[in-house]
Design a protein. Structure first.
Lengths: 153, 715
């Protein structure tokens, strides 16, 4: 089986798997990083969102081959101690209900704020258009993004 | 006598501190004798280091039980909230009442948890008083300390050992609500920090040494079975270890989830199916049967006066048909369970809302005694009633057994989850209202036709409570109408059914509250005043199993309407609509929706909600349930499951849409202060949201929506 080199949360990793293996399963099953969630595998729920070179991407739609050689950041690597401004805002607004979709939401929020320090409501709608929260935490996600606005470097 | 010995002091080994066991639900299950001797089923431990561990016997699925239940105990005990550890109970002889559903977790545990906290507090005070040689009455507690006269203080940790030697008081006094420090204040979710860092462990995140992963190839047709397949194709996929037959289909066992999925897909291409009788089932056929049943025989759920006679005598009769489709739970975490079988027993990890049944049925499937199977309940990535089912946990036990030992995680993909859900069934509603010459509502008849959830749930029998269960939300119509007839006409369907957030109350209240709106508009009456008049001068009213206090319902309706500015002038194309309901007679909710319909586009701007659920234990969690409940209800304006040839047409979130960020209205929640005991808030906001929005659509457009989903009806 071919091997691939990736950088995951700042650490070099060598992974032996087929080229078309979705990054989601490499993270969850091979590297044991279960913070990135499986929701649909169809690219429409956003639960598996991670950062690839700083961009929010769906890891279920990103192959190992595409990720090889790039910097991958998962929710576990967003901060060492939960101190990323988005994580802090999520706690301050008490966003989570069941919490399952939230790592994906948080990764999209962090990417949005990195590129646009003060997003409008429309920007927020767009950034989360591909995300599903069946518990309905959207109003608090919106508040948390606004709370974290300006704080993401 | 067991009821008097409510708490048991559990004497641990020296150095373990104070442990109290308590019995949370005194009612034995049907067919079960009350325990002969006291058996605790929830535990409080205060360790010598001052930390407190609370065992919670309910599953956390986002409704906040791991926060709200410990709050009740911590309040009476004056615990330091920062020093609390919350652990989930394991089903078995200690914990027999782990069922988590019906919005009952707080209401059924609130008293016992408070009394446990008060008992431990009195024992800690007695221990401190003995040490200081003062009276316990001279001591008080605060934030994990006992405070004595002259400013002396001792931490709970230092006192725990001595407190364990104190007798358990017969009656520990409870705090006055005015003295609450935690209850009634906004407490953030206990698991928040673990969730935002990705450390929270859900069922799918369970990882055991040597764990394998499995996907099950199931027949797309309900109840179908594989009759021929070539497992060589699956085994040719790298990472696939085995293919085993299980009662639900063919399980492909692999060293990663992805390999299991690929192996299953390869196997599918080689598999021939015995599809069975359900192949004849489709939505159009079901609808025709339901329409026939609207005029056939039915089971009475409520008869008050003679509705038939009153309708004949009416000066005017209004009638309408309402339709609600099949729905899916669509939890974001798909169904899954992990099972490890060894020579001596087994261990499972199941995100179950019904851990006791999951435990018993999996043990039976494994051929084990329940005590040989240990079940852990991790966090649940969305339940909404789906995980009351035990199909997925029993299946995982069967797969692990067939796999021959070692941990196996069975993972459903999105299509499996949507297709093999325990769906909420479609219903058709025929409503009639009789009006006299003066415009008074004199008769109300509501016939509901559809498959019976309860029958499917209990294995095919017709329970005496079937008609009441299937007409919940309809039979308990709260309005003063002289003649009321509500009945249920059952229609067969081969699909397994289950409980969905808001259960049958969702379609039934949709039909009831929209049709009442039609009556008000026909009479030229304001829909708010019309309802208030029908709720006037009523106190507690008994409806079959439930009793509702109509004054509390009237109050939430008045508050929601006032806060939403009912009657104000709106821009063109905008409308306000309202609806209300007393859920199981225990939680009262009213919602006012503001919508606009411009160029055929519906926009739900805001939902103003007033709720009365008795004491609000954690207002932050309560408001989250209102927001989430409304989102869940509004999703059902757009989603449906339809059937063709015995299979669901829908296979994922792309064709079973759930509400997303841009669709979510502003939510404003008003909690009515109440001295009553807490009830529940998981489900009550759901049913009211749909009619509030559709009544607003009528106000905005003059178009009455009687059939869901909306589809192109506003275009």
């Amino acid at each position: 089986m071919p091997t691939y080199q990736l950088t995951v949360n700042g650490r070099g990793r060598t992974v032996e798997a087929d080229a078309d293996t979705p990054l989601l399963w490499v993270l969850r099953d091979t590297l044991g990083l279960t913070g990135t969630k499986f929701g649909c595998g169809q690219g429409v729920c956003g639960a598996c969102t991670i950062h690839l070179d700083g961009q929010a991407v769906k890891s279920c739609q990103t192959s190992l081959k595409e990720a090889a050689g790039h910097a991958v950041v998962t929710v576990e690597g967003l901060s060492r101690d939960g101190s990323h401004p988005v994580q802090k805002a999520w706690i301050a607004e008490d966003v989570a209900q069941c919490g399952y979709c939230q790592p994906g939401m948080i990764m999209s929020a962090a990417a949005l704020l990195k590129h646009k320090a003060h997003p409008t409501d429309h920007d927020i709608d767009e950034a989360f258009a591909d995300h599903v929260c069946r518990c309905g935490t959207y109003p608090r996600i919106r508040k948390a993004v606004k709370r974290a606005a300006g704080g993401v470097k | 006598m067991t009821s008097r010995r409510e708490f048991l002091k559990v004497t641990g080994a020296a150095g373990t501190g104070l442990m109290l066991g308590l019995y949370l639900e005194a009612k034995p299950r049907p067919g079960e004798m009350p325990p002969a001797a006291f058996q605790p089923n929830a535990f409080l431990a205060i360790r010598p280091d001052g930390t407190a561990r609370i065992t919670v016997p309910k599953a956390e699925m986002g409704q906040g039980v791991r926060t709200a239940l410990p709050l009740a105990l911590a309040e009476e005990l004056d615990l330091d909230w920062a020093k609390i550890e919350v652990v989930n109970a394991q089903p078995g002889p200690d914990f027999k009442a782990m069922q988590t559903g019906g919005s009952t977790s707080v209401s059924t545990t609130w008293d016992a948890l408070r009394r446990a906290g008060a008992t431990a507090r009195e024992m800690l005070k007695a221990a401190a008083a003995a040490q200081w040689k003062v009276s316990p009455a001279q001591c008080r507690t605060e934030q994990g300390f006992v405070l004595g006269p002259d400013g002396r203080k001792l931490g709970y940790g230092a006192l725990a050992e001595a407190a364990a030697k104190q007798p358990v008081p017969k009656e520990a006094p409870l705090k006055k609500p005015a003295d609450y420090r935690l209850v009634g204040k906004r407490t953030p979710r206990f698991d928040g920090p673990a969730i935002v860092t990705g450390k929270a462990i859900f069922g799918l995140d369970v990882r055991r040494p040597g764990q394998r992963f499995a996907a099950v190839l199931r027949c797309a047709v309900v109840g179908g079975q594989p009759k021929a397949w070539d497992e060589a194709k699956a085994k040719a996929v790298k990472g696939v270890k085995a293919v085993v037959k299980v009662p639900t289909g063919l399980a492909v066992i692999a060293d990663s989830t992805w390999a299991a999925f690929k192996g299953r897909d390869a196997l599918a291409a080689t598999t021939a199916w015995e599809e069975g009788a359900a192949r004849a089932f489709n939505s159009a056929g079901l609808e025709a049967k339901m329409r026939t049943a609207l005029t056939g025989p039915a089971d009475d759920a409520r008869r008050e006066g003679d509705a038939g006679k009153a309708l004949k005598a009416a000066a005017k009769v209004l009638e309408a048909e309402y339709s609600f489709p099949y729905q899916a739970h669509a939890t974001v975490e798909p169904m899954n369970a992990t099972a490890a079988v060894s020579a001596t027993g087994a261990e499972m990890w199941v995100g179950s809302q019904s851990a006791n049944r999951a435990h018993e049925r999996a043990a039976a499937a494994l051929g084990l005694k329940p005590e040989q199977l240990k079940v852990t309940v991790p966090l649940i990535g969305g339940g909404f009633g789906r995980r009351l089912g035990t199909d997925f946990s029993t299946e995982a036990a069967q797969v692990a057994k067939a796999a021959g030992g070692g941990p196996v995680q069975v993972v459903w993909d999105r299509e499996d989850d949507l297709r093999h859900d325990l769906h909420h069934p479609a219903t058709l509603h025929h409503l009639r209202a009789g009006l006299d010459a003066a415009g008074t509502l004199t008769a109300w008849a509501h016939r509901i036709a559809g498959p019976a959830v309860l029958r499917s749930w209990i294995g095919g029998q017709k329970a005496p409570s079937q008609a009441a269960t299937e007409t919940n939300g309809a039979y308990d119509i709260p309005y003063a109408i002289p003649a009321i007839a509500v009945d249920f006409a059952e229609v067969d369907a081969p699909t397994p059914l289950g409980w969905w957030r808001g259960i049958q109350v969702v379609p039934n209240v949709f039909a009831r509250e929209c049709f009442l709106d039609e009556v008000a508009h026909t009479l030229g009456r304001d829909p708010l005043q019309f309802r208030l008049d029908l709720l006037s001068d009523r106190g507690k009213v008994k409806f079959g199993r439930d009793e509702a206090d109509i004054r509390r319902l009237k109050k939430v309706l008045e508050v929601a309407a006032a806060k939403a500015g009912w009657g104000r002038k709106l821009p063109a194309g905008h409308g306000l609509g309202l609806a209300c309901h007393a859920y199981d007679g225990r939680t009262y909710a009213a919602e006012v929706a503001e919508v606009s319909v411009l160029k055929g586009q519906l926009k739900i701007h805001k939902v103003t909600c007033a709720v009365d659920c008795g004491l609000a234990v954690n207002p932050a969690g309560l408001e989250a349930q209102v927001e989430g409940g409304i989102a869940f209800g509004l999703s059902a304006l757009f989603s449906q499951i339809t059937w063709e040839k015995g299979s669901t047409v829908q296979t994922g979130y792309h064709d079973f849409p759930v509400l997303r960020m841009a669709d979510m209205p502003l939510i404003e929640t008003h909690v009515i202060p109440s001295p009553e005991a807490p009830s529940g808030m998981g489900e009550p906001p759901v049913p009211v949201a749909i009619p509030a929005v559709l009544n607003a659509v009528f106000a905005a457009t003059g178009k009455r929506i009687r059939k869901l989903p909306l589809d192109q009806q506003l275009a």
